[in-house]
Design a protein around this ligand. Structure first.
Ligand code: BTN
Length: 327
C-alpha cells in the first residue's frame, strides 16, 4: 500500500492530491492514507500536507546536490569539478561548449535535471525528463583515437556494475556496444563523442543517461514497452546524488584499470555482463543486417558473428536477440 501511495504521489509530478482522492483511488480509508504518509515521512520522503489541498511529494531525490555529492564522493578525480544545470538542451553539447570556451579539468561532470534535446546513439533522440540522471563526463586519455572507441565498452561495464548495486532482485546486462538493459528493456545508454588527431585524442565526452526516477508513462508511448527505470524495477525512489557518486566511482575504477592494464581485464567483465554472447543475434548496420551466432567479442571490442562457414567482425550497429528471453 505504501508503494501504491508513493506511486500516486509521484505521478502528481509535484502537485497536490487530496487525502479523499488518494483514499478513493486505492480503496482505503483517509486515516489509512494518513498513517502510510506518516510512515513514508519517517523513511525520509518529504511530503507536505496543506489543508484544503492535500499531500505533495517533494522530489528532492532526483536533484543532484553538489554539497551532498562532495561529502560522499570517493573518487580521485572524477566529478571533482561538477556543474549542475536544472534544464539543458544536452549535457554533451554543454560539455563541448565549455571545452571550446576554455580548459575543463579531466573528470569534469556536466549534469542536467532534464534535457530538451538529449542525444542518443546513431543520431537518435534520447528522452530525458525530470527524475533521470543525465550527465556527461569529460576525459582526456593519452590514447590514439582508434582506442578511445573501447572507452564506450569500459563505460558500459562501469555503469552496469554500478546499477547492479541498486538492483537487489534482478541483474542489469549489457547489449553491445553499450546499452544497459534489464530483462531486455533499456535502463541506461551511453554516447561517446571524441575529438583530436588520429594518433592522439584531445578529449572524450562520455554522455551517460540513466532512467532512475522515471515513471514509464512519462515517456513517449512507443518507448514504454522496451524501456525500464530503477523506479519501475524497485518501486521506490533512488537518491540521484548517491547514484551519481556510485557511478562515478565505478567509472573511475574501470577507466584506471583500462589505462593501466589494457583492455583485456575489462573485456572479461564485459563478456560476463553481456546478454547475447553465445546466442543467435541480428545486427542492423543501417545498410545491411547480419545474422548469426555471437561467438565472441574480440580484443578490439568488435562483435564476432559465426554464420556457418563464414565469420564476420562487426564494429558498429544495433543488436537484436533472435530469441529474446526474460532473465
Ligand atoms: C543511447 O543509448 O542511444 C545513448 C544515450 C545517451 C544519453 C545521454 S543523457 C546525457 C548525455 N547527453 C546527451 O545528450 N546524451 C547523453
Amino acid at each position: 500500500m505504501r508503494e501504491a501511495i508513493l506511486a500516486e504521489l509521484y505521478r502528481q509530478g509535484g502537485s497536490y492530491i487530496s487525502g479523499t482522492q488518494l483514499a478513493a483511488r486505492l480503496g482505503v480509508s483517509r486515516v489509512a492514507v494518513w498513517k502510510h504518509i506518516e510512515a513514508l515521512k519517517e523513511k525520509g520522503y518529504i511530503i507536505t500536507a496543506v489543508s484544503g489541498k492535500g499531500y505533495c511529494l517533494e522530489d528532492t531525490s532526483s536533484i543532484v546536490r553538489v554539497e551532498n555529492l562532495k561529502n560522499i564522493l570517493q573518487t580521485r578525480f572524477i566529478a571533482h569539478d561538477y556543474r549542475y544545470y536544472p534544464c539543458l538542451n544536452s549535457t554533451n553539447e554543454m560539455a563541448y561548449r565549455l571545452l571550446r570556451e576554455g580548459e575543463l579539468p579531466p573528470g569534469t561532470m556536466v549534469v542536467a535535471g532534464e534535457q530538451t534535446g538529449g542525444k542518443g546513439r546513431r543520431g537518435r533522440h534520447w528522452e530525458s525528463p525530470r527524475g533521470g540522471l543525465w550527465f556527461s563526463l569529460v576525459l582526456t586519455p593519452a590514447l590514439p583515437m582508434q582506442q578511445t572507441a573501447l572507452l564506450s565498452l569500459v563505460c558500459a561495464v562501469a555503469v552496469c556494475r554500478a546499477l547492479n548495486e541498486y538492483l537487489p532482485a534482478k541483474r542489469a546486462r549489457i547489449k553491445w556496444p553499450n546499452d544497459i538493459q534489464i530483462g531486455g528493456r533499456k535502463i541506461a545508454g551511453i554516447l561517446l563523442e571524441t575529438a583530436g588527431e588520429i594518433d592522439a585524442a584531445r578529449y572524450v565526452i562520455a554522455g551517460i543517461g540513466i532512467n532512475s526516477n522515471i515513471e514509464l508513462d512519462k515517456l513517449a508511448p512507443e518507448l514504454r514497452n522496451n524501456t525500464t527505470s530503477l523506479l519501475n524495477e524497485n518501486h521506490c525512489l533512488v537518491d540521484n546524488t548517491a547514484l551519481l557518486a556510485t557511478v562515478a566511482y565505478s567509472l573511475e575504477k574501470y577507466y584506471d584499470q583500462f589505462l593501466q592494464q589494457g583492455f583485456s581485464p575489462v573485456l572479461q567483465e564485459f563478456k560476463d555482463c553481456c546478454c547475447h554472447l553465445g546466442q543467435a543475434i541480428q545486427v542492423d548496420m543501417g545498410n545491411r543486417v547480419v545474422e548469426g551466432i555471437n561467438s565472441d567479442i574480440d580484443d578490439y571490442g568488435s562483435l564476432v558473428i559465426d554464420r556457418g562457414a563464414s565469420r564476420a567482425k562487426i564494429t558498429t550497429g544495433d543488436v537484436r536477440l533472435v530469441n529474446e528471453r526474460e532473465e
